[in-house]
Design a protein around this ligand. Structure first.
Ligand SMILES: *[C@@H]1O[C@H](CO)[C@@H](O)[C@H](O)[C@H]1NC(C)=O
Ligand SMILES: *[C@@H]1O[C@H](CO)[C@@H](O)[C@H](O)[C@H]1NC(C)=O
Ligand SMILES: *[C@@H]1O[C@H](CO)[C@@H](O)[C@H](O)[C@H]1NC(C)=O
Ligand SMILES: *[C@@H]1O[C@H](CO)[C@@H](O)[C@H](O)[C@H]1NC(C)=O
Ligand SMILES: *[C@@H]1O[C@H](CO)[C@@H](O)[C@H](O)[C@H]1NC(C)=O
Length: 717
């Protein structure tokens, strides 16, 4: 029965329109789907046809026919893929994240069903680890652990459940699972989690790459990782598994403590279940699928110093000399964008960073075994006398809007954004990096602002007869002439995710979501892949340049980014709370397959107190990626600025440097098995349930525990 009586449907609409947003998680939107056909596939999977039971217009019309494809891809990895049966939908490009393609099969309603009944059973579709089963009408599916029958995922909606049946519309997809109350969940980032590493019931989890600073709690930050690990202790036996929803569109995830609901604004349902049963086995299986973490060069495990506001080369030389004088180890010195000419990528400021002097400085530090890294942003300054821009235009590498390069604003003023989904862009980018490396022999690259961040929103023009940026005042105030775009269903989708924690339009301060990439791919779909695709292009460019392992630090990440890049947790605050939060975020990235991670030591802004900076280096010395970094507007906070901090740094970093061979072994283990370098305690003590929520201590490898002081006036001795 596919037609609906119009009165019923308007009642439903009115009901839904009356709901307040706080009730949004609980609204039941449709009647779900009915399985009408199922068969085995030649590759050993099963494929089924689903038909919508009753359409409505809430968030758009339901898709009539869906195809479900289920396969045990390995003994410990199960895939459940659901998409439109009649029309191809957006999926994460298979070249970006290599994986098996579902078979091209066209099902029709099975005879037995038409004949009124008949069994729709595919007997016991199981591997050694998982059993997949379903109910046909309304359709739901269940995944069980074979060894103990534990139900890991169950999308069946009962009357008492706070969620409804599966919904599948063009711009709104919803599916839920029941969860046992005592399951501990981790993941669903990137998110600063005030309640610690364990997911906290009714905290919002929104996934959409966004440049809002990491001081914003429970907000969609720079990266998108729609994966969670689920740890349960059933009768004294700890078991962990993970669930990945491989989807790049914006989504809200609602976790109630006894259920989890995904509300996604596009793409497909593509679930991967990883059987564990130990946390280490989970990350091994997960990274075997998404890509093993990049092996880091040994030097990158040393201590790093950075700051925005090293006005000229003399200041940088002075920092290096002061670290030596204070006898604090320093392996890598960084430049934020101070070295650039007018904030333009791949350039040098001729007055403050003259090339001959910089090269002499690099000769000197390189001969001491030190390294040098600089920042690059994706936005390419619109400037007809700038070679990088000229070659970009000649190669047609930018994201487009109505046939023209999409115009945005970042530090240099007006910019265009390279489209890293375009093979020509990847080639051009590689060539620019090669040219830059000839200009300045950097040892690694720091790719920032790649969510992508934009100081303006919508459709913009360069203002006539007005300087932009103005030259006075902060560079992040929009100075282009812009108007919001509200007349497309991409800029103004029917369902609003909780973007930036305030439900702003999804194109707010980023690329307009109706802009498009290579091959007509919409920014709406590919948005959260921007930093990931840039990491891949940057990695490809650096590989082979020095004949060494590339080192890349990326702010925006996605599923699979760890194969190419390290990560820092973005703009944090110099507060005790932020010191605490840094532990959870770091541990989460270990689970996301990005084990080379750390926070800005002593905080990015504002000024830390001496005591805080002192305690922070005692924690930060044990971050896998250990870097002090500060904002332009903060006072200097290098570790030698205070004698007490210098002394703590010598102690803590002294210990780190003694442990470097161990860290290097952990780096190797991470690369070969995905094992996080810094781990939650439950990775080793997984039958000690009291540590499941522990977010104030962590392990380096399996057996070194870091148990830091995290509060003012505290003393552990
Ligand atoms: C470098 O910058 C510092 C701080 O702004 C300034 O005091 C110094 O004079 C500058 N040195 C040179 C050589 O420009
Ligand atoms: C364009 O770049 C050149 C140098 O590459 C610089 O001198 C000039 O100021 C820039 N123009 C604008 C409008 O920013
Ligand atoms: C554009 O949209 C943003 C976000 O909703 C809003 O803050 C801003 O005022 C709008 N600008 C204009 C010119 O309407
Ligand atoms: C959106 O996120 C913010 C920040 O976490 C939260 O305070 C707010 O309640 C969320 N809004 C909705 C509608 O979920
Ligand atoms: C669980 O804890 C007990 C001690 O209570 C220990 O003997 C056992 O080895 C642990 N099991 C696992 C799987 O860690």
């Amino acid at each position: 029965m596919l037609s609906s009586s119009s009165s019923f449907y308007s009642v439903l609409l009115v009901l839904l329109l009356c709901l307040h947003s706080s009730d949004a998680a609980a609204a039941k939107i449709g009647q779900g789907y009915r399985l009408v056909s199922i068969e085995e596939t030649p590759d050993g999977g099963i494929v089924g046809l689903l038909q919508v039971k009753q359409k409505n217009q809430i968030y758009g019309s339901d898709i009539t026919n869906l195809q479900i494809y289920v396969k045990h891809e390995t003994e410990d990895r199960l895939r459940v893929h659901i998409t439109d049966a009649d029309k191809q939908r957006w999926e994460i490009p298979y070249n970006l994240l290599p994986r098996e393609q579902p078979p091209a099969m066209k099902l029709t309603i099975s005879k037995s069903r038409k004949d009124g009944g008949g069994s729709l059973q595919v007997s016991d579709y199981s591997s050694n680890e998982f059993i997949f089963s379903y109910t046909a009408d309304p359709f739901s599916f269940m995944v069980k652990r074979k060894s103990n029958g534990d139900i890991l995922f169950n999308s069946k909606s009962d009357k008492s459940d706070p969620f409804g049946e599966m919904v599948f519309k063009d711009q709104y997809i919803e599916i839920s699972t029941k969860l046992p109350k005592d399951a501990s969940l981790y993941g669903l980032g990137e998110n600063t989690q005030p309640h610690g590493i364990k997911l906290y019931p009714n905290d919002p989890y929104t996934l959409y790459t966004t440049d809002v600073s990491a001081i914003n709690l429970n907000t969609d930050l720079y990266g998108s990782h729609p994966v969670y690990m689920d740890l349960r202790n059933v009768g004294g036996q700890p078991n962990a598994h993970a669930v990945l929803l491989l989807n790049s569109n914006g989504m809200d995830v609602f976790y109630t403590g006894t259920s989890l609901t995904y509300k996604i604004i596009g793409g497909v349902l593509d679930f991967y279940f990883f059987a564990g049963p130990t946390p280490l086995a989970v990350v091994d299986q997960y990274t075997a699928f998404i890509g093993r973490p990049a092996p880091m060069p040994y030097w990158s495990l040393g201590f790093h110093q950075c700051r925005w506001g090293y006005h000229n080369l003399s200041v940088v030389e002075d920092v290096v000399a002061n670290y030596q004088k204070a006898q604090i180890p320093l392996d890598v010195i960084w430049n934020d964008d101070d070295h650039m000419d007018g904030h333009k990528d791949f350039t040098l400021n001729p007055n403050n960073y003259p090339r001959p002097k910089l090269l002499a400085f690099l000769d000197k530090i390189h001969s001491m075994g030190m390294k040098y890294i600089v920042i690059i942003d994706p936005g390419i300054a619109v400037n007809s006398s700038y070679g990088v821009y000229q070659r970009a235009i000649a190669n047609d590498v930018f994201i487009k809007y109505e046939g023209e390069p999409y115009l945005a604003q970042v530090w240099p003023g007006a910019v265009n954004f390279p489209d890293f989904l375009n093979p020509k862009t990847v080639q051009w980018w590689g060539d620019e990096i090669r040219r830059f490396h000839e200009l300045v022999p950097v040892n690694g690259l720091w790719i920032d602002m790649n969510e992508a961040s934009n100081f303006c929103s919508g459709l913009c023009k360069i203002p006539k007869g007005k300087q932009c940026p103005t030259g006075s005042g902060p560079g992040w105030v929009c100075c282009l002439d812009c108007k919001n775009i509200t007349n497309t269903r991409w800029d103004d989708p029917p369902y609003k995710i909780n973007a930036s924690g305030t439900q702003v339009p999804i194109g707010f301060k980023t690329i307009a979501t109706s802009a498009y990439h290579y091959n007509g791919v919409l920014e709406y779909d590919a948005h959260s892949l921007y930093g990931f695709s840039q990491s891949i292009a940057t990695h490809q460019a650096l590989q082979g340049l020095e004949g060494k392992r590339p080192f890349i630090l990326s702010r925006s990440t996605f599923v699979g980014s760890g194969k190419y890049a390290a990560h820092w947790t973005g703009d944090n605050k110099g507060t005790w709370e932020d010191l605490k939060y840094s532990i959870s975020t770091m541990l989460n990235f270990g689970i996301f397959g990005v084990p080379m991670v750390g926070s800005d030591i002593c905080g990015f802004y504002p000024a830390p107190t001496e005591e805080l900076c002192n305690r922070w280096i005692e924690v930060g010395a044990f971050y896998p990626f250990s870097r002090d970094h500060a904002n332009f507007y903060s006072p200097r906070q290098e570790l030698y600025q205070w004698e007490s901090v210098a002394e703590s740094a010598r102690n803590a970093l002294g210990m780190r440097y003694k442990l470097l061979p161990h860290l290097y072994t952990l780096n190797f283990e991470a690369h070969s098995t995905g094992a996080p370098i810094a781990r939650p305690l439950f990775f080793t003590f997984s039958n000690y349930t009291d540590c499941y929520g522990l977010s104030t201590q962590f392990l380096l490898g399996s057996s070194i525990m870091v148990s830091p002081v995290l509060g003012a006036g505290e003393n552990k001795c």
